[in-house]
Write a protein that binds this ligand. Structure first.
Ligand SMILES: NC(=O)c1ccc[n+]([C@@H]2O[C@H](COP(=O)([O-])OP(=O)(O)OC[C@H]3O[C@@H](n4cnc5c(N)ncnc54)[C@H](O)[C@@H]3O)[C@@H](O)[C@H]2O)c1
Length: 274
């Protein structure tokens, strides 16, 4: 990914889920624009390799392994970023995963685990980082990876849909509560993005061609395209944008959502701004 922009020089950015997919591309984008980046993830080997590769390219990236759902790990990551960079200017709260299973078969254990990672993890990170930003006294930006699944429902994904809708309302509440501290909060709502998480479905699943036809742009998104949106939302150009969801889905939602026959999406919120 090439860019001549240098919008994040002297800025410190923390990216969760930064070892892979959207988080990795986002960390790279901020670092290529001059930012100092801490990546946090629960896959220690992949995390170390990713950070080493970035450093080999001259990017200012450090890593911290841990679980977003464990408050002690979150506190450790925030402390490490402050110790290394002196401050935190931007949080990209991105780590998450999905269980694809029928509602009638979801176990309590799966429900609790998904909410702990996808929702509580975002609460813990945004609260700890917002406290730090308040003490710095110069504002900041909190960004979240939600999903089009937080705006409309898709079968087989009840726990995931709920977690992503929760992230959107968390973000909107923070936009209200933290505006007096000049801390902005925004989310991106990606449609399907080609990451290690989705690659097999895109490359090999017989349902993919029909799924792709529901996307006016005709293809899956790229992690770098979500990263570019994060970089815009974190930049001074977005100074007056807070409490907003940016949909990045090649037009899929306005086209009525997912259509694979057995996998139907029902819109429950028609606009990202309601
Ligand atoms: N890929 C898509 O199509 C898509 C679409 C919409 C939203 N999203 C969201 O984007 C985010 C990233 O997805 P991706 O496709 O890049 O996934 P990925 O599997 O490529 O990467 C996930 C990252 O999150 C980290 N992670 C997962 N659980 C964690 C935990 N408990 N603690 C710390 N780190 C943890 C992993 O280590 C990894 O770094 C997720 O929140 C996902 O829900 C993805």
């Amino acid at each position: 990914m090439k860019t001549s922009l240098r919008r994040f020089e002297n800025k410190s950015i923390l990216v969760t889920g930064g070892s892979s997919g959207i988080g990795k591309a986002t960390a790279e984008r901020f670092a290529r624009e001059g930012g100092r980046v801490l990546i946090f993830a629960d896959r220690p080997e992949e995390l170390r390799q990713t950070a080493n590769n970035f450093r080999a390219e001259g990017l200012d990236v450090i890593e911290c392994p841990g679980n977003v759902a464990a408050a002690g790990d979150v506190d450790r990551a925030v402390a490490q970023a402050i110790s290394a960079f002196g401050r935190i200017d931007v949080l990209v709260s991105n780590a998450g995963f999905v269980y694809n299973e029928p509602f009638l078969e979801i176990s309590e254990e799966h429900w609790d685990r998904l909410m702990a990672v996808n929702l509580k993890g975002m609460f813990l990170f945004s609260q700890r980082v917002a406290r730090q930003m308040r003490s710095q006294g110069s504002g900041g930006v909190l960004l979240f990876t939600a999903s089009v699944n937080g705006l409309s429902a898709e079968t087989g994904l009840a726990s995931y849909n709920v977690s992503k809708a929760g992230i959107i309302l968390l973000m909107k509440t923070l936009a209200l509560e933290l505006a007096p501290h000049r801390i902005r909060a925004n989310a991106v709502c990606p449609g399907i993005i080609d990451t290690p998480n989705t690659h097999d479905f895109i490359m090999r699943d017989p349902k993919w061609p029909q799924y792709a036809r529901s996307i006016p742009w005709g293809r899956a998104g790229r992690p770098s395209e979500v990263a570019a949106a994060f970089a815009f939302l974190a930049s001074d150009d977005a100074e007056y944008i807070t409490g907003e969801c940016l949909v990045i889905d090649g037009g899929q939602i306005v086209n009525g959502g997912v259509k694979t026959g057995e996998n139907r999406r029902f819109e429950i919120i028609v606009s990202s701004t309601v």
